[in-house]
Design a binder for this molecule. Structure first.
Ligand SMILES: Cc1ncc(COP(=O)(O)O)c(C=O)c1O
Length: 483
């Protein structure tokens, strides 16, 4: 394995060298797992190394693969944020299930192009199967879906189909140029920013997004939605779509989806449910009842790279009706023409991408390797940890829970400290490498946010994090008192 990579055919390794490289990769993954806890969550970035990376000239000659692996372990790992570290609780970023990297490597070796079924027959069936399981989980019968790079692409795809379905003319020919009345979309003040981004990209414009106020549990208020729709109608606008959240990005609030579904049915609106953060918590019996309702919309975004613990990237969008969905994305130039086949889908006709990687393999492997029951245990573990952290915060007079613990998100702040003091405390906590929590705003107030999508976190980690925050808060008090 110490020869240069290009010793044989250009860019191709001999089978025995591949086997040796595979062993090295396995050792690397094992060592990484074993050493994870001893690393700083946020790296102390080696700027000289970063400079060396940035300044390296285009390589003329190759280097031994062994050296690249060594470099990965010595330079790349220590200069990476340890997302899988038990005390990484920022954003909604999961620790990947251990077998997924192997599926990624196997999928890359096959390099199936998951657009035409003829370029990916088994992968095509696997993607359809995974989608069918997701449909069943949410009771969405019929229709279909596609694996995407993530929740943002899933939301974008769904809203493009919603726009085209409600377009009064020929959306593909005219776009929005021919529309006399503004098409308006409604979502809550707590919805993810990818909704605004999608509205801008698909030509609606962010001025066509109405952010509806929320109730005391940060869920969309249906009475306010009704009023906003009526006001837009009076202005001559065309309300057409409501986006509900099955887990808002900050607090994990679940909008009243059944009520919204009923309202949208009556008004003839498209209901899209953004379940990127929370919908897979339906794998737990505890939330199955609430979250199964996520399937009551016309479309549903899911993010396997969140509560299914996939490595990035793996998102998904489901549609209730296949025909409208295909209308938006199906372009078949002569060079891609392929006769239809009852067993397969040409996925290129169902999404914005042409070339697509075999992302379904890692999901299929993980679901079949672990099964629903293990997933249920994993999800309940992170739900329990969030509840535990919420309880710890409620018990600490110096801390204040600023929103109900929704799904796995805990938003809190140091009591009697202002926004900038809370922000500084979070920066210190993260900079010291002890834990990585995220920033958030709830009702306009800055707060710290722990989000549990981490399979390795324990209650002891939660205690250590809360204790560290209290230490920093009391230290700040002492500094203030001594001034
Ligand atoms: C509710 C919600 N929707 C959409 C997204 C965007 O997902 P992605 O980062 O996979 O694009 C997120 C990300 O956290 C989210 O929480």
């Amino acid at each position: 394995m110490a020869e240069r990579v290009h010793a044989g055919e250009p860019l191709i390794l001999e089978p025995d060298r591949l086997r040796a490289a595979g062993c090295r990769l396995g050792a690397l993954l094992g060592d990484y797992e074993a050493g994870l806890r001893s690393r700083s969550v946020l790296p102390d970035v080696d700027r000289a190394l970063i400079r060396r990376i940035l300044d390296e000239p285009f390589p003329e000659d190759g280097r031994p693969l062994e050296e690249l692996f060594d470099e990965f372990e010595d330079d790349i790992v220590p200069n990476s944020t340890q997302i899988a570290h038990p005390r990484f609780l920022a954003y909604v970023l999961a620790t990947p299930a251990s077998i997924a990297p192997f599926a990624e490597a196997a999928a890359a070796a096959l390099n199936q192009n998951c657009n035409l079924w003829t370029l990916s027959p088994a992968a095509n069936a696997i993607e359809q199967k995974v989608i069918a399981w997701f449909h069943d989980l949410f009771g969405m019968h019929g229709g279909g879906g596609i694996i995407t790079s993530g929740g943002s692409m899933a939301n974008l795809s769904a809203l493009a189909v919603a726009r085209d379905t409600h377009h009064p003319g020929d959306p593909r020919l005219d776009g929005l140029q021919s529309i006399a009345s503004r098409m308006v979309l409604y979502t809550s003040q707590e919805a993810h920013n990818s909704i605004d981004k999608a509205a801008a990209i698909i030509g609606l414009g962010t001025d066509s997004v109405r952010r509806i106020p929320t109730d005391d549990r940060l869920r969309m208020r249906v009475d306010s939605l009704r009023e906003a729709v009526a006001a837009d109608r009076r202005r001559g606008h065309q309300p057409f779509c409501v986006v509900a959240s099955a887990g808002t990005v900050t607090t994990g609030a679940i909008d009243p989806i059944d009520e919204l579904a009923e309202y949208c049915r009556r008004e003839g609106f498209w209901l899209h449910v953004d379940g990127a953060y929370g919908a897979f918590a339906a794998l737990s019996d505890r939330l199955h009842g609430d979250l199964r309702k996520a399937g009551e919309g016309d479309s549903l975004s899911l993010d396997p790279h969140k509560l299914l613990f996939m490595p990035l990237e793996a998102g998904c969008v489901l549609f209730r009706d296949s025909a409208g969905w295909r209308n938006t994305f199906s372009f078949s130039p002569g060079y891609l023409a392929m006769p239809p086949d009852a067993d397969f889908l040409h996925f290129s006709e169902y999404g914005p991408q042409l070339s697509r990687s075999f992302k379904a393999l890692k999901i299929w492997w993980c679901l079949r390797a672990h099964g629903r029951r293990r997933y249920q245990v994993a999800i309940e573990r992170v739900l329990d940890l969030a509840a535990y952290m919420g309880d710890r915060i409620v018990d600490e007079p110096r801390l204040e829970l600023v929103a109900p613990v929704g799904l796995t998100a805990v938003c809190f702040r140091v009591r009697d400290a202002d926004d900038s003091e809370n922000r500084r405390l979070l920066e210190t906590l993260v900079r010291d490498g002890l834990a990585f929590l995220g920033p958030a705003h709830v009702r306009g107030r800055f707060c710290l946010r722990g989000c549990f999508v981490n399979l390795r976190t324990t209650r002891q980690d939660v205690d250590a994090i809360v204790d560290a925050i209290l230490r920093l808060a009391y230290r700040d008090d002492a500094t203030r008192a001594s001034r």
